[in-house]
Write a protein that binds this ligand. Structure first.
Ligand SMILES: Nc1ncnc2c1ncn2[C@@H]1O[C@H](COP(=O)(O)OP(=O)(O)O)[C@@H](O)[C@H]1O
Ligand SMILES: [Mg+2]
Length: 335
């Protein structure tokens, strides 16, 4: 791939999500974002298949008797061969059960940033906040990614995903407020005061949880549920469709869990800054895209009576890019 990324870019923001990887850079005044699915599918090896994939420039790796197609193309191949795509990551971190996880994430990052190596550019990548009792998992994920990115030629460091959302979306409030990313694997939350994180946490109920729960209930493959969710679900409908009904119930479950965790965290924070005015809350990530999500979230939030006043609940300017853009802000601010 001809790509001048490495030459024209001074810094990179990388959102390493369970379902998508997004890279942000700023070649001039505007920020550019590129996305690939963080997914793969394997097909049997044959010399012919391999040469066709090469000709068609379809990203793939060959090892043993298999060809692994990764990134956006994985979905197309999965549909073609009636397979489910697999993921290098699970609930926000590298999946230890997929031996090739780190290598695939590296290849997807290279797809996004160009085949050239980095030239010592600063790169800031998002990491999830640890789930209760899973600190070690996140630490290991973070150090594996740091080593891999450094090896690719970047000077990398991490930022927690919720804080990246605050950086990406809350410049106008001097990076004060609550940033939330509702993704596939996790929902990540951070409250920051003048850019300094006050607390961060994550919960494991997010898009994948909704898909797999509805799939189990209705006896359908999760991939099919996900397509229905993304293409035709909206809140506040009168659900005649059983799948929509179930989707609504599990979305509700996720929102309740998120607001409850927020309330509990506020209650337990030791050195809460004294806020002299209400703060804003921004929602981002793929799971906030369902029409009506914002209204439903705000309603639940208002009912919970948090100890701080929230002035506004809004969707991110571009919810699928908030984390990568915020990671870029972090990378650029250190130059
Ligand atoms: N238009 C849509 N409506 C509802 N959900 C969506 C939509 N687009 C993507 N999603 C969901 O968003 C989740 C992925 O969000 P993303 O922010 O990419 O996640 P991650 O941070 O885990 O990579 C998936 O569960 C996906 O089904
Ligand atoms: Mg994410």
């Amino acid at each position: 791939m001809a790509n001048t990324y490495a030459q024209t870019t001074t810094a990179i923001g990388l959102d390493v999500g369970t379902s998508r990887i997004v890279a942000a850079h700023r070649p001039d005044k505007e920020v550019n974002c590129e996305t690939q699915l963080n997914a793969f599918v394997t097909i049997p090896f044959s010399k012919l298949t391999e040469s066709v994939l090469k000709k068609e420039r379809i990203p793939h790796l060959t090892h043993d008797a298999e060809i692994t197609v990764y990134g956006d193309e994985a979905e197309r191949f999965a549909n073609l061969f009636h397979k489910e795509t697999r993921r290098p990551m699970l609930r926000g971190v590298l999946n230890a059960e997929e031996g090739t996880s780190l290598m695939l994430v590296r290849e997807i990052v290279r797809l996004l940033t160009g085949e050239d190596k980095g030239h010592g550019q600063r790169l800031c990548f998002s990491v999830p906040s640890a789930l209760l009792g899973a600190d070690e998992e996140v630490r290991s994920h973070e150090s594996q990614l740091t080593a891999m990115l450094n090896e690719l030629g970047y000077e990398s460091r991490s930022i927690s995903e919720g804080l990246a959302v605050v950086y990406g979306e809350m410049e106008s409030s001097n990076y004060t407020g609550i940033g939330i990313s509702c993704g596939g694997g996790l929902c990540n939350v951070c409250m920051a005061y003048l850019s300094v994180p006050v607390f961060s946490f994550s919960i494991a109920k997010a898009g994948d949880y909704i898909d797999s729960s509805v799939a189990k209930l209705r006896g359908e493959p999760a991939t099919r549920i996900r397509s229905i969710k993304e293409e035709s679900f909206h809140f506040n409908g009168h659900f005649t469709n059983k799948i929509h009904q179930a989707l609504s119930a599990y979305y509700e479950d996720m929102i309740q869990a998120l607001v409850a965790a927020l309330r509990d965290t506020f209650a337990s924070v030791q050195n809460m800054p004294k806020l002299n005015r209400p703060i804003r809350l921004v929602l981002s990530g793929g799971s906030v895209l369902a029409p009506g999500f914002r209204d439903r979230f705000e309603k639940t939030l208002r009912e919970a009576e948090l100890p701080v006043a929230i002035s506004e609940v809004r969707l991110g300017a571009n919810p699928m890019q908030s984390t990568a853009r915020g990671a870029l802000v972090a990378a650029l601010s250190e130059m």
